[in-house]
Ligand binder design. Structure first.
Ligand code: CA
Length: 225
């Protein structure tokens, strides 16, 4: 290896060490949160839909607290319940990792649940009358002589890393449920950003800036500023 290559790799190593994850939010991990933590913060959640209550936006399901849940976030033929929150002034980044636990509660009939980022669906789950194996909250299955799983609950763990560069990120959750018969809730939401190198204004990934925030041009070696 020539000295020039050695220096180039050394510079790359130095710069790569400067990139880092940035936590946008981490919420709804305890069993103690309340409306104050949902709609009473400086950056409150927006909760909307025809059938949502005017207060108490949380429920408990089998010992854990959910944002939403049984008959808090349910359906309507025209305006089903939805949640949304926007985070602003995000540092330069190239992707976002979003994770949460989603609780399907009671009767869904090939209805879908949409995870949307900046107005675009990043994940669609479709759940039916046989989704879920245990009846842990919400309404109970009718006591009839045949197995009836319609009102069982189902826990969906979601984790995805998506391309994202905007300084603003809006998360919206909504279902296609038509009525009160089915509900949904979430908990343990985490959003992290995979940051650009600290010298970048924008970047393609942790190693390649596409513009600089300090008036400098891109360096000839390693694509940093
Ligand atoms: Ca149930």
């Amino acid at each position: 290896m020539s000295n020039l290559y050695f220096i180039a790799f050394f510079l790359l190593f130095l710069h790569a060490g400067n990139s880092q994850a940035y936590t946008v939010t981490q919420e709804f991990f305890t069993n103690l949160f309340s409306d104050d933590d949902i709609i009473g913060t400086a950056n409150p959640w927006i909760i909307s839909g025809t059938n949502i209550p005017s207060y108490k936006y949380f429920t408990d399901c089998a010992g854990v607290r959910l944002l939403g849940g049984f008959q808090i976030l349910s359906g309507d033929p025209l305006n089903p319940a939805w949640l949304s929150k926007t985070w602003t002034n995000l540092p330069p980044h190239y992707s976002a990792t979003i994770s949460m636990k989603i609780y399907k509660i009671d009767s869904w009939s090939s209805d879908s649940f949409f995870i949307m980022v900046d107005g675009v669906s990043t994940q669609i789950y479709t759940w039916g009358t046989t989704t879920g194996t245990t009846d842990i909250c919400g309404q109970s299955n009718p006591l009839i002589n045949t197995f009836n799983p319609q009102y069982n609950e189902f826990l969906q763990t979601y984790t995805a890393t998506i391309n994202h560069t905007s300084p603003t990120l809006t998360l919206k959750l909504i279902s296609s449920l038509q009525s009160w018969a089915g509900s949904w809730g979430i908990r343990e939401l985490i959003i992290t950003l995979n940051r650009c190198h600290l010298s970048c204004l924008t970047c393609l990934n942790a190693s390649i800036c596409t513009s600089c925030d300090n008036g400098n041009g891109l360096a000839p070696v390693g694509q940093f500023c």
